[in-house]
Design a protein around this ligand. Structure first.
Ligand SMILES: *[C@@H]1O[C@H](CO)[C@@H](O)[C@H](O)[C@H]1NC(C)=O
Ligand SMILES: *[C@@H]1O[C@H](CO)[C@@H](O)[C@H](O)[C@H]1NC(C)=O
Ligand SMILES: *[C@@H]1O[C@H](CO)[C@@H](O)[C@H](O)[C@H]1NC(C)=O
Length: 374
């Protein structure tokens, strides 16, 4: 046992040394480095490295020179060190997800669901409920779970691969799936979409802990005059906010990262719907806006740069349904028949709710509690 461990450690050390030497050889500051590329160079120098697809993006050490850096929490330091790294490889890909333009049926509603790689149980329920890939009202709904990795959890990575094989709905990028990396996840997804998946009209961006009434979303989008996805549309729960400068807060954003004392108007990240036109515009804008950890604010910054406005839709309830003064989630299926999206639910609740709103014997009053439309 011990000897095996020692051998592995020795091997790892050798790899690390070779990589270190290799990095040093390359004196120019280069944002993006694949060890595959390094391998090629090494091959020419007859110094083969073991096959290793891991992405290496050099830390920007000069970030540490900015005033106040040492007082930042480690997550924020990390953002400054790695903010320029935006080209992580795809570990699990979905090449045929959106078909070929002109050849296959266009997707009407694409569900882009951010899901931590560990959340197997949530994905299983979503596939059986609102995120099920299906033809509804004559149009296609397709779904993608967007994940990063948890490099410490081997078993879950194996599970993710099996899910991918069975369902073909996991898009995984090679970066650590943390809260502060959510914007990175979003930006990587938009890059991927621009290259691989433009064959859709509308896209719902959300998380795996919401109840989304995708039947209603399709009906609502079909009811729009311009519903081919070629016009601007960005709807959700509108927010206006200011950057929190208290370093103890989960939402801490130092002035060195975002200077203005006000965020642009944005839609809460709990769930928002956009057209293909808007998604591609945001992608274009994102190329020149440095990453900011709050993903929904970042999208708002991209919209503002394109001089496009987000809009409110009263059927998108990212803070749950408020009935009376106290926040709670009432459990009356009739309420959920009319909404587009509500946050947040356990997998069991989502399952029961989805089944109950589709129960043919469910009788609801004719009065619409949450009329559709912005
Ligand atoms: C690949 O290289 C990275 C970066 O040096 C290293 O951290 C990782 O352990 C290597 N992986 C394998 C499987 O050798
Ligand atoms: C590195 O960080 C410094 C300080 O934040 C910044 O001015 C510089 O543009 C960064 N370099 C890169 C390549 O991102
Ligand atoms: C984001 O992911 C990168 C790549 O895996 C990692 O180096 C970095 O620590 C992560 N950042 C945060 C703030 O978690």
């Amino acid at each position: 046992m011990k000897r095996t461990a020692l051998t592995i450690m020795a091997a790892l050390l050798t790899v690390a040394l070779l990589i270190a030497v290799n990095l040093q050889l390359d004196s120019s500051f280069n944002n993006i480095k694949f060890s595959q590329q390094n391998m090629k160079k090494d091959h020419n120098q007859k110094k083969p490295l073991p096959k290793n697809n891991s992405y290496i993006c050099q830390q920007n050490l000069s970030a540490a020179n900015m005033p106040g850096f040492s007082s930042f929490p480690s997550g924020i330091k990390d953002i400054f060190y790695y903010r320029h790294c935006r080209n992580f490889p795809v570990l699990l890909d979905l090449p045929g997800k959106c078909g070929e333009p002109g050849k296959s049926e266009k997707i009407f509603l694409l569900l882009a669901i951010k899901s931590a790689s560990l959340n197997y149980d949530r994905r299983e329920v979503l596939r059986k409920t609102w995120a099920e890939e299906r033809l509804y009202n004559g149009v296609w709904i397709r779904q993608i779970f967007i994940t990063g990795k948890h490099s410490t959890n081997f078993e879950k990575q194996e599970l993710l691969k099996l899910e991918h094989q069975q369902y073909n709905d996991i898009l995984q990028f090679d970066f650590e799936d943390t809260y502060l990396n959510l914007t990175l996840k979003q930006v990587l997804f938009l890059d991927w979409m621009e290259k691989n998946c433009q064959n859709f009209r509308f896209m719902l961006h959300t998380d795996d802990d919401v109840f989304a009434n995708t039947d209603n979303i399709v009906q609502y989008l079909q009811s729009l005059k311009d519903n081919d996805g070629g016009k601007h549309l960005y709807i959700g729960s509108l927010m206006s906010g200011v950057p929190i400068r208290n370093s103890q807060s989960k939402y801490f954003i130092p002035v060195q990262m975002y200077e203005s004392n006000k965020y642009p108007i944005y839609c809460s990240g709990g769930g928002y719907i956009q057209s293909a036109y808007t998604a591609l515009t945001i992608h274009k804008m994102s190329q020149s806006i440095p990453l900011l950890p709050m993903e929904d604010v970042y999208m708002g910054m991209c919209l503002a740069k394109a001089e496009l406005k987000p809009a409110h839709h009263m059927g998108i309830k990212v803070f749950g349904l408020r009935m009376g003064p106290k926040k709670f989630l009432p459990y009356d299926p009739c309420l959920y028949k009319e909404v587009l999206l509500v946050h947040e639910f356990s997998p069991g609740q989502i399952y029961v709710l989805w089944k109950s709103i589709h129960n043919p014997s469910l009788k609801c009053g004719s009065k619409k509690t949450f009329p559709l439309g912005p």
